[in-house]
Design a protein. Structure first.
Lengths: 307, 330, 553
């Protein structure tokens, strides 16, 4: 780690803390923000997420080595953490810290893409089912039941096994395509209760078309479950990617993702635990932070929730 | 609507779902290019297998044949395992159910216990520490936890066996009380790995539910009347906890059946997950379709059972319950 | 909370009490003992001709007898070093005729006598294309097997060569004709006999718990001597590190291949284990497919060119790769052979590690980085290909990543495809691949293995890359037929140097086997070509019996 790397790291930490502080200032004045920051875990979660996003953006500044370079396969494999290799080296003599930093880009990107697909699809289906009700609702919700009856890993494995040379981006989209069922149910419930509300009835009476009503009036008020689903969805996708990497079908080598770092380091887990510990910790941190942030969003947008 | 009509409708819907699942899997398999002739290098054997299993027929014909065979109770022959699919699957089902059952029991008991404990000491130090601990465990990848448990409790301390489902010498079959205990002993580590993430989620959920109930009027009244705390917890909150758990476990079921592949692989637990996983990778279509069939049947039956139980316990809940998106199923 | 801890207390108490009751078994003499082998991959069947799987072979070794077997020297030339098994004695009746006299004491486990009819039946089955036995090509030079009388089997060969006896005895395990005659040959793959075998060997099959374990028990009336260990159990654990853990935690007794230096270190630290190194019989290589994927009539756009293959081979620092992954537990092989094969010599000429020359060779053939992306290209096509790796082998996956980096350093892009073992077998078998990291296990004789994998005879068989050099084939033929040992060695050396120069693959490593066995077991002998071949001679002295040895069942 060079001085420049340390400096960049410090800057990222400070900026993340400052962002959280600035947002907390808002809490002093606005009710919603005050509810958002009610729990301590939310502040920490938000801070950690901001920090990780900054790390992802500034990866070249923070990583002293090329993440894919095998530095010295005879002498530098499985080295423990030291000043040169902050988190040690992996069985292929690559710097764990550099891989972790660049892996942040990959993992967060995968999480975001997968969650985006899942939430978009789930919201669409849920909104349609909740708004139009009757046979559309029945058909769509039966479809959701079918989707829920099969475990995701099963379907994803089949997609990978059956299509040789499936590009990884397609796999991430597939992850999204298999993760929207829970969201759709939530959105449907929310839309069902919202469609009776005055402002919706008024909009319809004024002659607004269905799609306009859904998009302009219903969905913004159903934001709470959607945002919470999105936040938790990212965590789910990350854990799923880690599982797929462990099974050998995650991000292809040599690029690093937190999941495939754990998979690569598994054979040496007892003799060189650092190459699996730190990516695992990173995944846990992100999922924890997302849960914390989701708690905050839930509190802010939906005051009816229990303490 | 009356109970009978509702049940009938749900049964029909359940069958339809299972049917839809099989059709989906079938289509998925046949969409992909490539032949299923896995191991045999001799092209003559390959042609033989193709002819035997009718793999060169159009999809619709194969589908119809499959359904006909299914109606006769014939699930086909596995290419990779070299035995009838039924034999291979039926052996794994008890193991899978034991693991899933144990994981659920562990999930419920630990989660409930933690939730009650935390709610009783809300916002004090134990609550905060446990709250963060459960959040952390909830976020762990299961295959990360497994080797650690194996190392500590299996290898170093020697309290539990390192993998396997039973003692191969003394208990190749479970035919005595000793062997039942042996199976339970082998279940501890894998069920813990599988259930601990769920337990953390349950704990968080139960804590919130406890706090909500505790602030309700009827509980306050009971407390004011001098009813012992223990009784209040047992009567009101336990029942609600059980009900909400039942609602949520329906979602966890699919994962526990075939998604528990990682746990089954690491602990050498001979369940359906591993079987399905190997079958998918070797493109052993009969086994894949049969696993999907059995898994979805169990899931749908489990959900149906859960709904029936809920319907009996609390008529208010006799609506298609909204899912709790907190359940992490990866 | 209290309820829960009482519950678990009850369980522990029950286990403890019942454990104390049932575990005190009765077997306390010599000939007791239970050994558990921590195996990884479950075999598909136990019917010998239907599978090449190594674990199946180890188990079949205990259940079925060969006519004779190699000795500890694993010399395969002539017949002096062979041990009689099913055949009590033999003689040559002319240069092409071999006569075996079957031991009259040999019995199948259902009581029937083993006869020459079984031998004839076995040969016909192994040779039958409906059975599609992977051993069939190795028996090509035997013309037929007949029975002269119930205890005399006659082998007739097509030609005379030094390893005639070896071919007659080593590849086939004699099968019970009376039990298998009725099974249609094309159903042998899936025959129930393969899951409940009946043999004539030192051990009897007891049970096969699918995906869990296979149990064998000693046949105390075995005519060559009662086996020392009473019970053998193979236990299947899909994850190699967990299997090693079982042995270290004293929940298994044998782990015949520790593979990585880490595992060896941990096993050495375990107090109850003894470590046994023995010559390895496996070599691993990166196979270049010289024909176009999916169309064997056309050459491969990259690997059809000998110089490209040579360049890629020179770009890889094989010695460092071995050092990095295996430490001292592996060596760079001087050709497609393992240390087991006697023709191994470290001074056989190979392509050197020379990245400069590799780069020059590629540039010479027009592969230059025209577009500045770090990857060489020619006519708009990048120098890129796929490496197939079976996902079950951690070692090969690691090698794939190391190779990827070595190739990247000279401007070649390799993508890694990790696929299930049988899918890799199918893709390589049908020629539908660019490169693949494959392992071959050697017979003690170089002849059959090299012919199968690297000559015209292996097209459609194990010669996936379709390497063909008529000069190489001529030398190999002469080496196989060479009457004297020294002549053979020189010819083999010449053959290996020829194939090294052609670079049909990069010969990556030959694994040195290191096995771990519980200290209490005596007389542990690992025969280099098959560790389990002499299992029946292992013993546990009565004063060293532990709990699991004493079970009386």
């Amino acid at each position: 780690m060079t001085l420049g790397n340390w400096f960049a790291l410090l800057v990222a930490l400070v900026v993340a803390a400052e962002v959280v502080r600035a947002l907390r200032h808002r809490a002093l004045r606005q009710e919603r923000w005050r509810r958002f920051f009610r729990l301590r875990t939310t502040s920490w979660g938000l801070g950690i997420l901001t920090f990780l996003v900054l790390v992802a953006l500034a990866a070249p500044l923070l990583a002293p080595f090329d993440p894919n370079r095998q530095l010295d396969i005879v002498h530098l494999t499985n080295r423990p953490p030291s000043w040169t290799f902050l988190l040690g080296t992996d069985p292929l003599s690559r710097d764990v810290w550099s891989r972790l930093v660049y892996g942040t880009r990959v993992s967060l990107g995968i999480g975001a893409l997968g969650a985006l697909v899942a939430v978009a699809l789930g919201t669409l289906v849920g909104a349609l089912a909740g708004y139009y009700r009757r046979w559309i609702d029945a058909v769509l919700m039966r479809g959701v039941d079918v989707g829920l009856a099969l475990p995701r890993i099963f379907v994803l494995l089949m997609a990978v096994a059956l299509w040789d040379g499936l590009p990884f981006a397609a796999l991430v989209v597939a992850i999204g395509l298999t993760s929207w069922f829970g969201t759709s149910r939530l959105v449907r419930a929310e839309v069902l209760s919202l469609r009776q509300r005055d402002f919706v009835v008024a909009a319809r009476a004024l002659g607004a078309g269905s799609s306009r009503v859904i998009v302009r009036h219903v969905l913004p008020n159903a934001a709470a479950p959607i945002i919470v689903s999105a936040a938790l969805g990212v965590g789910n996708v990350l854990l799923l990617e880690a599982a797929l990497s462990f099974l050998g079908i995650g991000v292809p080598p040599p690029d690093a993702s937190w999941g495939n770092m754990i998979a690569d380091g598994m054979p040496s887990i007892y003799t060189a635990p650092w190459s699996t510990f730190f990516p695992g910790l990173a995944i846990s941190l992100v999922v924890m932070s997302l849960n914390g942030a989701a708690d905050g969003v839930r509190d802010a947008l939906d005051p009816r929730e229990a303490p | 609507m009356t109970g009978g009509v509702w049940l009938l409708r749900r049964l029909v819907a359940s069958v339809a779902i299972v049917f839809a699942v099989i059709t989906f899997i079938f289509i998925l398999i046949h969409l992909a290019p490539g032949k299923p002739c896995s191991e045999n290098l001799d092209p003559r054997v390959c042609t033989l297998l193709t002819r035997q299993f009718g793999l060169d027929q159009p999809i619709a014909v194969q589908y119809w044949r499959y359904l006909v065979e299914l109606a006769h109770g014939n699930l086909g022959m596995s290419f990779s395992l070299r035995r009838p699919v039924w034999d291979a699957l039926v052996e794994t089902v008890p193991f899978t159910l034991q693991l899933a059952g144990a994981a659920l029991v562990f999930d419920f008991l630990l989660g409930l216990g933690l939730g009650i404990y935390q709610a009783a000491r809300v916002n004090r130090l134990p609550d905060l520490v446990l709250g963060n601990a459960t959040l952390f465990i909830y976020s762990l990848p299961t295959f990360w936890l497994a080797p650690i448990l194996l190392l500590v409790f299996g290898e170093k301390l020697g309290w539990f066996p390192v993998g396997g489902a039973s003692d191969p010498i003394f208990c190749p079959q479970v035919d005595s009380l000793y062997c039942v205990a042996d199976r339970l002993w082998h279940l501890v580590l894998p069920a813990t790995t599988l259930g601990v993430v769920g337990a953390a989620g349950t704990a968080r959920f139960q804590r919130a539910a406890m706090l909500e109930v505790a602030s309700q009027d009827y509980v306050r009244t009971a407390r004011a009347k001098g009813v012992p705390e223990r009784q209040i917890v047992l009567r009101h909150q336990l029942r609600n906890a059980l009900l909400s758990f039942i609602t949520r476990f329906g979602l966890a079921f699919p994962f526990l059946l075939t998604g528990a592949v990682l746990v089954e692989t690491i602990f050498a637990w001979p369940g359906m997950g591993r079987l399905a996983f190997d079958a998918i990778l070797t493109r052993d279509y009969p086994v894949v379709t049969a696993s999907a069939l059995i898994a979805s049947t169990v899931v749908v039956a489990g959900n149906l059972l859960a709904d029936i139980l809920l319907g009996f316990a609390d008529p208010r809940l006799r609506v298609h319950a909204a899912a709790d998106a907190d359940v992490v199923t990866a | 909370m209290l309820r829960r801890s009482a519950f678990s207390y009850y369980i522990v108490l029950t286990v403890a009490t019942l454990g104390a009751c049932e575990r005190r078994g009765g077997c306390t003499t010599a000939g007791c003992g239970t050994l558990i082998d921590a195996a990884v991959v479950e075999p598909p069947t136990l019917l010998p001709p239907s599978t090449e799987d190594i674990v199946a072979s180890d188990i079949a070794e205990q259940l079925f007898l060969k006519l004779a077997d190699v000795g500890m020297s694993t010399n395969t030339v002539g017949d002096e070093d062979f041990q009689p098994l099913l055949a009590q004695r033999w003689e040559w009746d002319g240069p092409l005729t071999l006569v075996f006299h079957i031991d009259p004491r040999a019995r199948w486990q259902d009581g029937q006598r083993v006869t020459a009819a079984d031998v004839e039946f076995t040969f016909n089955a192994y040779n039958d294309s409906a059975v599609a036995s992977p051993f069939r090509p190795k028996l090509q030079r035997i013309e037929k097997v007949t029975q002269r009388d119930s205890l005399t089997a006659v082998f007739r060969f097509r030609e005379k060569y030094p390893e005639m006896f070896y071919d007659a005895v080593y590849h086939m395990r004699i099968l019970p004709a009376h039990l298998l005659r009725s099974v249609p040959r094309e159903q042998w793959r899936t025959a129930p006999f393969g899951r409940q075998p009946v043999g004539d060997g030192p051990y009897r099959f007891v049970r096969w718990q699918a995906a869990q374990s296979i149990e064998l028990v000693a046949d105390t009336t075995f005519f060559l001597g009662r086996p020392g260990i009473r019970r053998l159990i193979w236990r299947f654990t899909p994850s190699l590190p967990v299997a090693v853990q079982q042995v270290i935690a004293d929940q298994a007794d044998i782990r015949e291949q520790l593979v990585t230096p880490d595992n060896v270190e941990r096993a050495k630290a375990a107090k109850q284990l003894a470590i046994y190194p023995f010559r390895g019989n496996v070599y691993t290589f990166l196979s270049f497919n010289q024909r176009a994927p999916g169309d064997t009539s056309k050459p491969h756009p990259l690997f059809g060119d000998r110089d490209v293959r040579r360049a890629l081979t020179m770009a890889v620092d094989r010695a460092s790769l071995v050092k990095s992954t295996l430490g001292d537990l592996g060596q760079v092989p001087p050709g497609p052979i393992s240390a087991l094969v006697g023709i191994w010599a470290p001074d056989i000429r190979q392509l050197p590690y020379d990245t400069a020359q590799a780069a020059r060779l590629l540039s010479l053939h027009g592969w230059r980085d025209h577009d500045g992306d770090g990857i060489r290209d020619k006519d708009g096509q990048p120098l890129a290909f796929h490496i197939l790796v079976p996902s079950s082998s951690g070692l090969r996956k690691q090698y794939a990543r190391l190779l990827q980096e070595q190739f990247r350093a000279i401007g070649v892009r390799a993508e890694i495809d990790e696929l299930e073992g049988s899918v890799v077998a199918q893709r390589t078998g049908s020629g539908n691949y660019d490169t693949a990291i494959l392992s071959r296990s050697n017979d003690p004789s170089p002849g059959s293995g090299i012919t199968q994998s690297w000559t015209l005879a292996g097209f459609g068989g194990s010669n996936f890359g379709r390497y063909y050099n008529p000069e190489f084939e001529r030398i190999v033929q002469r080496a196989i037929s060479a009457p004297k040992r020294d002549q053979a060695r020189t010819l083999w050396r010449y053959a290996l140097e020829t194939i090294n120069a052609d670079a049909p693959g990069i010969f990556l490593y030959a694994l040195a086997n290191v096995g771990a066995v519980h200290k209490r077991v005596e007389n542990v002998q690992f025969r280099p070509d098959s560790w389990a071949a002499l299992l029946r001679t292992w013993r546990i002295p009565p004063d060293r019996l532990i709990d699991r040895d004493r079970v009386e069942r």
